[in-house]
Structures are given as structure tokens and as C-alpha cells.
Design a protein around this ligand. Structure first.
Ligand code: NI
Ligand code: MN
Length: 226
């Protein structure tokens, strides 16, 4: 299973069978992601955590080019259909078996509106049990007690969490979140893209190290074998 970072909170996970899950496509609007060619990104599924532009900026273009199945809350998939794209799977908070694995769409503590101002449903995160590894992408969220429920139904091997603060958890709260979900391997996202979320990367990595946990802060374009 390979994680690839496209900047901000956009990444893909490629499974052993070659299927590509793309999360929260936002490339062309990212001032740091100039090296990424959004037109070359592969996707068989696109999972969207919430409606904000820094998670949906390139959604329609990539969906239309790839034909990927868009999985998100029903408000977002309805919006995608209004934008002229039909291959969607609506969810709300709950679990569903897909051909690539089990998906739990779980609450995030945040907000969600679409780029045109329309209602984006409740913001969420995804726990994906692929049969290889289980990963949890929390989406944009503050630290929330909801996370304490996760170990009751999923054993998370790696978590992908925002660490930039201001709009989401900061890295210190992400350490606590990793305790809540009983996972010691975290990939940090949602940092450094804008002035509000610039972090001290060394301090962030150290904060995890002190708790015998690992924080990876990926470079844009970097691939990580999970
Ligand atoms: Ni957001
Ligand atoms: Mn965001």
C-alpha cells in the first residue's frame, strides 16, 4: 500500500491491486503544489471529507477526467451531480463495504460548505480497512472525543491527521488524538499551505517522539510505503 502526498490534505493511497483512492483533491489552488500536475493524478475512487475549497478545488476536474467513483456525504455527492457528474456514492456517518474495503465515514468537528456557498453536509473523516492495512484520515477536525470510539471497531495502523492548528488540531492535539485512536504512526497534513497554519516541523516531530510515536511530515510529491 502506497501513500502519495499532493500537498495540503490531498493524497492518494494505492492498493496492492493497483486501485487508487484519492482524498480531498486540491492542487491547482495550492501555492506550494506547483510541481504537481493535477491532470496526471490517477484515481479510481475519490473520497471527500467535507466541502471546503481546500478539499474540493480539483474534485470536479479530476472526477470528470478519471471517471472515478466519488464517495462523500450525500450533500456533497448531490452537489457533484448538479455539477454534471453522476458516478457518486452518497454516505452519511456509517459504514459500508466497497469492493476495495470497508469504509467508515465518521464525524469530524469542523464545518462544511461548498465553494458556491451551498450546504456541504456534516464534515467527516474516513477509516478504510483495505485488508492490507487500516488507515484513518480524520479530515479537518479539532481534537474530539468521537475519536475514542474508533478502537472499539477498528485497529488503525496509520492515521493521517491535520497538524497545522488554527482551522484544525495542532500537532500537540494530534498527539492526544493518536492516543484516542490507539495508533502510534501518524502522517501529518494540513500544515504550511497558508500563513495561518505554518508550523515548526522539528517541534512537531519531537512532540510525537517524546511519546514514542512517529510523525511523518511528507514533502509534496513524496511517496511512503505503508
Ligand atoms: Ni475545512
Ligand atoms: Mn481545510
Amino acid at each position: 500500500m502506497e501513500f502519495k502526498f499532493y500537498g495540503h490534505a490531498c493524497f492518494s493511497v494505492t492498493l496492492a491491486d493497483g486501485k487508487v483512492l484519492l482524498f480531498d483533491p486540491f492542487i491547482t489552488g495550492n501555492p506550494l503544489a506547483g510541481s504537481v500536475d493535477a491532470d496526471a493524478i490517477r484515481a479510481d475512487y475519490i473520497l471527500v471529507s467535507h466541502g471546503h475549497g481546500d478539499h474540493t478545488g480539483d474534485l470536479m476536474a479530476i472526477a470528470k477526467r478519471t471517471g472515478a467513483l466519488v464517495i462523500s456525504n450525500a450533500e456533497i455527492t448531490d452537489w457533484v451531480k448538479e455539477e454534471g457528474y453522476e458516478n457518486v456514492h452518497p454516505m452519511n456517518f456509517g459504514s459500508r463495504q466497497f469492493d476495495f474495503g470497508m469504509v467508515h465515514y465518521v464525524p469530524a468537528t469542523h464545518s462544511s460548505s461548498l465553494p458556491d456557498g451551498s450546504y456541504g453536509g456534516n464534515p467527516g473523516g474516513f477509516i478504510v480497512e483495505t485488508g492490507e492495512k487500516t488507515f484513518y484520515y480524520t479530515g479537518d477536525t479539532s481534537l474530539t472525543m468521537e475519536m475514542q470510539l474508533v478502537p472499539y471497531y477498528a485497529r488503525v495502523d496509520v492515521a493521517i491527521m491535520p497538524v497545522g492548528g488554527n482551522f484544525t488540531m495542532d500537532y500537540k492535539q494530534a498527539v492526544i488524538a493518536s492516543d484516542f485512536i490507539k495508533c502510534n504512526k501518524v502522517i501529518g497534513v494540513h500544515f504550511d499551505t497558508f500563513g495561518y497554519i505554518v508550523i515548526d516541523q522539528k517541534a512537531a516531530v519531537q512532540a510525537f517522539k517524546e511519546k514514542n510515536k512517529e510523525l511523518i511530515l511528507p514533502e509534496i510529491g513524496q511517496s511512503i510505503l505503508l
